[in-house]
Ligand binder design. Structure first.
Ligand SMILES: NC(=O)c1ccc[n+]([C@@H]2O[C@H](COP(=O)([O-])OP(=O)(O)OC[C@H]3O[C@@H](n4cnc5c(N)ncnc54)[C@H](OP(=O)(O)O)[C@@H]3O)[C@@H](O)[C@H]2O)c1
Length: 338
């Protein structure tokens, strides 16, 4: 059986991705096969495709994905999806056939195709009936990162002051809403054109980084989440209260190695590393959505055939939330001839 998939065989710009016919993944024990309805092109896909990584991570990524070119197992990108369960491998009974599920393959990738094989270890939840495919496709990547960094690592509490740098991105726009849901006072950093949208997500203050230095105030914040990665450590330390936490979603290898030392020296916790791909965190962000406290922001949408354009939009670095790729129609809508 064949399927259409977006494949990249060399590192580079959006032009290295092409839609091709590939064999449909074969069902294995401990896995389920999902018909992909929609997915996203995320900043994670951009980093892998282009090998644009924070300093010191290039060789690590090449070791993981392929030294000169991506290995066959990593040639189909895509970290998150909404799809329908079409086959269950031996020992898998979490969802009945036909269930519409939200899955976060994360680093396992594979969502940019008509079918994706999901391991039992992958975070998967049933999609609520009232949730549309776009929101479902974009539920996990940004929000699970923001949730992990703000709630697990930085232990953000009610009434604390948090600064979100990169508030208009997939991670930042989720972070603003999750921090607000936690009862924190949120200051958000984005460009002026996006200020109104970010205020509407719950930020009480929006700082335009093109006209003001968001880190100019001393000891102003309990937590700073940096989803851009340009802020010097000294400026973050100055802006954090003693005992404050710097949630560095983007950090170079040297910062990762020195995080313990930086924390000890400054009296501010330096929090780094890959974000959670845990089932419990996917369930937590879905619960936030169901309580009306989180809604994934949608930037733009493309059919799978135009996935190069979706990659180009992500490469611009200007997307506002999530770039959706529509892949297949649900069986139910096909049956109704919609
Ligand atoms: N540690 C992890 O495991 C992990 C997990 C997920 C993501 N990440 C990383 O987190 C970063 C953010 O991811 P994302 O998906 O949210 O990216 P994204 O959606 O591509 O971010 C785009 C946004 O960044 C904003 N931006 C660019 N420069 C800015 C600046 N100097 N100050 C404030 N905002 C700025 C842009 O807004 P304007 O147009 O307003 O500038 C745009 O809305 C990426 O580098 C990604 O690789 C790390």
């Amino acid at each position: 059986m064949q399927m259409q998939a977006a494949v990249f065989r060399r590192y580079g710009g959006p032009e290295v991705v092409s839609v091709e016919t590939r064999p449909r993944p074969e069902l294995k024990p401990g896995h389920m096969l999902v018909k992909v309805l929609a997915t996203t092109v995320s900043s994670g896909d951009w980093r892998l495709r282009s090998l644009t990584v924070p300093p010191g991570f290039g060789w690590i990524l090449r070791l993981m994905v392929g030294w000169r070119a991506p290995r066959a197992a990593s040639q189909i990108l895509g970290t998150e999806l909404v799809g329908e369960v079409v086959a269950l491998g031996e020992g898998v009974n979490r969802f009945p056939l036909g269930t519409r599920v939200i899955a976060y393959p994360g680093g396992r990738l594979g969502a940019h195709a008509e079918y994706c094989l999901l391991s039992e270890k992958c975070a998967v939840v049933a999609a609520p009936a009232q949730m549309n495919d776009e929101a479902a496709a974009a539920l996990s990547f940004g929000a699970m990162t923001a949730y992990d960094y703000l709630l697990h690592r930085a232990e953000l509490k009610k009434d604390e002051r948090v600064l979100i740098i990169g508030a208009a991105g997939a991670v930042g726009s989720a972070a603003v809403q999750i921090a607000r849901a936690q009862g924190a006072h949120v200051s958000a950093v984005c460009s002026a054109t996006k200020a109104e949208m970010i205020s509407a997500l719950g930020a009480s203050e929006v700082i335009d980084y093109q006209s003001a230095d968001p880190l100019q105030d001393e000891a102003a914040y309990d937590v700073i989440l940096d989803a851009v990665g340009h802020a010097p450590w000294s400026a973050l330390v100055r802006s954090l209260k003693p005992g404050g936490r710097a949630a560095l979603v983007v950090s170079g290898f040297a910062t990762m190695l020195s995080a313990g030392w930086k924390s000890w020296r400054s009296g501010r916790r330096c929090l780094v590393g890959p974000a959670s791909e845990k089932q419990a965190d996917l369930e937590a962000v879905l619960a936030l959505y169901q309580r009306g406290q989180f809604q994934p922001l949608i930037d733009s949408r493309y059919p799978l055939a135009n996935i190069q354009e979706a990659h180009a939009r992500v490469d611009s670095g200007r997307k506002c939330g999530n770039v959706i790729v529509r892949v297949q129609r649900a069986e139910s809508t096909m049956a109704q001839g919609e």
